[in-house]
Design a protein around this ligand. Structure first.
Ligand SMILES: [Fe+2]
Length: 357
């Protein structure tokens, strides 16, 4: 819903407002040990209409192929997850988002997830790192996965495809880099890990209740409509790990505006190491002819430096760096929807739209 529509709605009598957009307040939730404890986000699944086209994009985006099995490609970053993105050829040639997998904290919590209604378990023995996965089919063809027992990757240093020499950085008063030079060359922005994803969700309250009642998702920021503060429309959620710091959001849900026909994934987001990497990656993707969505800029909530692109199927995919981390001492904040960036190009008017095909 655009800002002018909200302005008009705010002028209508309360009963009309409630009929067009019913009041909806997202309750602040607390984690507790009875819920399934997830330790981190791991990977996403997509069916692509043209897998070979996606494979070309994936290399330019900074994914590394971990393994290919027939019509499924497992891409990894350089983090501990054996893969962060699983792309399959769509049998119907229609592209679909097939859900995100999170890692259970331990066997006990994996078993707890298995006891939830709708849980379907399968072995991942044919995949890099193996392990087992539980899938929950949610409304509107969305899926949520919990994994456990994967063999993790080991890495000791951050690889780069663009940096010959970088750092330390000089500041106006302190010149840490003396007699040495910053040198870069063209290449993709190598991905570290999956950071977050989110839906524009038709079943906003129902799905929020499913995720926050059963798992350790806690709200970082809940956003309401300016002029209509009784309508919460967006939440950024993190995994509560107690005193351990975790990404400001690994999952967000946006209430689908009136007229939205179906829940859809808004974007998926992958971490890269630094600002130079992002700008080098942006230049590389642009030179390869891929289509930019929005970026490079700096978000406000989560503080990430962002850069959004369309993949060949029309899904939005983001590089991010320098995101905030929070822990149990950061309270949930409630605020009106405001500007999305502190700097960067103007927000595209169609940023919220679903262009996947
Ligand atoms: Fe994002």
């Amino acid at each position: 819903m655009s800002l002018w529509m909200i302005d008009v709605l705010a002028l209508l009598p309360q009963t009309w407002q409630d009929w067009i957009m019913p009041p909806s307040t997202v309750p602040v939730v607390q984690n507790n040990p009875a819920k399934v404890q997830l330790s981190r986000i791991s990977h996403v699944y997509f069916d692509h209409g043209d897998l070979e086209a996606f494979d070309r994009f994936a290399k330019d985006f900074g994914f590394v192929q971990a393994e290919r099995k027939g019509n499924t490609i497992y891409y990894r970053g350089y983090g501990r997850d054996p893969y962060v993105y699983v792309a399959s050829q769509s049998p119907t040639r229609r592209s679909r988002f097939m859900g995100t997998a999170f890692v259970a904290k331990d066997q006990e919590n994996f078993d707890k997830a298995l006891a939830l209604p709708g849980a379907v378990i399968k072995d991942l023995e044919e995949t890099p790192g193996c392990g087992r996965m539980i899938t929950f089919a949610r409304p509107n063809d969305t899926f949520f996965h919990v994994i456990y027992g994967q063999t993790e990757r080991e890495f000791v240093e951050i690889p780069t495809a663009t940096h010959d020499y970088q750092g330390p950085f000089n500041t106006p008063l302190e010149k840490h880099r003396k007699g040495r030079f910053q040198r870069y060359h063209d290449g993709p922005a190598l991905v570290h890990k999956l950071g977050h994803f989110g839906y524009v969700c038709k079943e906003f309250e129902q799905e929020l209740d499913f995720y926050t009642s059963n798992f350790n998702f806690v709200h970082s920021d809940i956003l309401n409509l300016p002029k209509l503060p009784h309508i919460d429309v967006m939440t950024f959620m993190h995994l509560d790990l107690g005193k351990v710091f975790t990404d400001h959001h690994s999952f967000f849900l946006q209430r689908a505006p009136p007229g939205t026909s179906k829940t859809y994934v808004h974007h998926t987001s992958f971490e890269v190491s630094d600002f130079d990497t992002q700008l080098m990656g942006h230049k590389y993707l642009a030179n390869k002819g891929w289509k930019s969505v929005w970026g490079v800029g700096r978000h406000i909530l989560g503080s990430q430096i962002f850069d959004y692109w369309y993949d060949p199927s029309g899904f939005k995919i983001e590089h991010y760096a320098d995101g905030d981390v929070v822990n149990e001492d950061n309270p949930t904040r409630k605020e009106p929807v405001g500007p999305v960036s502190v700097w960067g190009p103007e927000l595209p008017k169609d940023f919220g739209d679903n262009k996947a095909r």
